[in-house]
Design a binder for this molecule. Structure first.
Ligand SMILES: O=C(O)C(=O)Cc1ccccc1
Length: 289
C-alpha cells in the first residue's frame, strides 16, 4: 500500500503541486484536506503519515496559520522543504466569459493569493468584494459551481484546467519573483527523492522575560559556531501582549556544531523546541523524478 500524504486541497492548489513534486504519485497516496489546520491535525493524530502545507511566500511573508498551528496545536516534526514558483491567474465561469472586469461582483481566493495580487485587483476590479476561502482551488471550484454569478477566482493553472474555467488574465501577482516555501511534516521519516540541495534545522525559541539582550545572546551562540541563520520570524505567544516566540531557520542539519549552538542558547535561559532537521529539495531537480 502506498504511504499517505495529506495536503491543503482540493486538487489544484499550489500545495497540491508542491505535494506532487515532493511525494511522487507512484509511491505515495495524496489525500486532500479542507484547511491547513486539518492537514496538521490529521498528521498529528496519525491519520496520515505525512502532510504538506505552505509556510512562507516571497511577496506576502509568513503563512501565520501554519506557524501558529505548529506552535500551539500539534507536535509534528518538519521533514522536508520545497520552494516552488507561484503564478496567480484570474479565471471566470465560461458562461460569464463576456463579462467586463468592472462588472465582476466577487473575487474568491486564499488570503495569500489575494495579497500577492492586491495592486492588480485594485486597478482592474475596483467594484468587486473579496471573499476569502480556504484555498485557491476551493475558490476555483466555487466559481465552477456558481455558473450564474459574476464571480472570479484567483489560482493556479492546474485549478484552471481541473475546474474547466475560462482564463481572464495570467500571472497577475504584483511581483514576478513569486515563490512559496512549502514544508513536509510527519512523525516518521521518508526520503522521497535521493538528492537534495542542503539541510536545514528549524527551532522555536522563547526568551527569558527578565534578561536584557537575550535575543542578542541567541544570535551570538550561532555566530560563535559560524552557523548561518536564514530566517527569524517572531509570532506572539498569545499569552501576553509584547511577548514572542522566535522561529529560527538554521542553515545546518543535525550537526554537532549546531547541537553545541543550541545548548549554548539554552544556557542563557532560553527554551528551545526543535521543529526538525530536514533536506531542502530543488523543484527543478525533482520534477518528474
Ligand atoms: O490556496 C492554495 O492554493 C495554497 O496552496 C495556499 C497558497 C496560496 C497562495 C500561494 C501559495 C500557497
Amino acid at each position: 500500500m502506498n504511504e499517505s500524504v495529506a495536503y491543503l486541497g482540493p486538487r489544484g492548489t499550489f500545495t497540491y503541486e508542491a505535494a506532487r513534486s515532493l511525494f511522487p504519485e507512484e509511491g505515495y497516496q495524496l489525500v486532500p484536506c479542507d484547511s491547513i489546520p486539518d492537514v496538521l491535525t490529521a498528521v498529528d493524530q496519525g491519520e496520515f503519515l505525512y502532510g504538506v502545507v505552505p509556510v512562507e511566500n516571497a511577496i506576502e511573508g509568513s503563512v501565520t496559520l501554519t506557524l501558529d498551528w505548529l506552535v500551539h496545536h500539534v507536535q509534528v516534526p518538519i521533514t522536508g522543504e520545497l520552494v516552488y514558483p507561484i503564478a496567480q491567474h484570474l479565471m471566470i465561469h465560461p458562461n460569464q466569459r463576456e463579462l467586463p472586469l468592472t462588472e465582476v461582483k466577487r473575487i474568491l481566493s486564499h488570503p495569500q493569493a489575494v495579497a500577492q495580487c492586491s495592486g492588480f485587483l485594485r486597478e482592474h476590479l475596483p467594484n468587486a468584494t473579496i471573499t476569502y476561502v480556504d484555498s485557491t482551488a476551493d475558490a476555483a471550484r466555487k466559481v465552477r459551481d456558481h455558473a450564474d454569478e459574476s464571480w472570479v477566482a484567483i489560482g493556479s493553472s492546474t485549478a484552471h484546467q481541473l475546474y474547466g474555467l475560462e482564463m481572464v488574465a495570467e500571472s497577475i501577482q504584483d511581483y514576478h519573483n513569486n515563490f512559496t516555501r512549502f514544508i513536509a511534516v510527519g512523525k516518521s521519516w521518508t526520503h522521497p527523492h535521493s538528492s537534495w540541495e542542503h539541510q536545514k534545522t528549524s527551532i522555536l525559541v522563547s526568551l527569558p522575560s527578565d534578561y536584557p539582550g537575550a535575543l542578542h545572546q541567541v544570535l551570538q551562540s550561532f555566530v560563535k559556531e559560524k552557523i548561518n541563520l536564514s530566517r527569524i520570524e517572531s509570532r506572539p505567544t498569545k499569552k501576553k501582549l509584547g511577548t514572542y516566540y522566535f522561529f529560527i531557520d538554521i542553515e545546518e542539519g543535525n550537526h554537532p556544531r549546531m547541537k553545541k549552538a543550541i545548548a549554548d542558547v539554552e544556557s542563557w535561559g532560553c527554551q528551545v523546541r526543535q521543529m526538525g532537521s530536514y533536506p531542502c529539495y530543488d523543484y527543478r531537480k525533482i520534477k518528474g523524478s
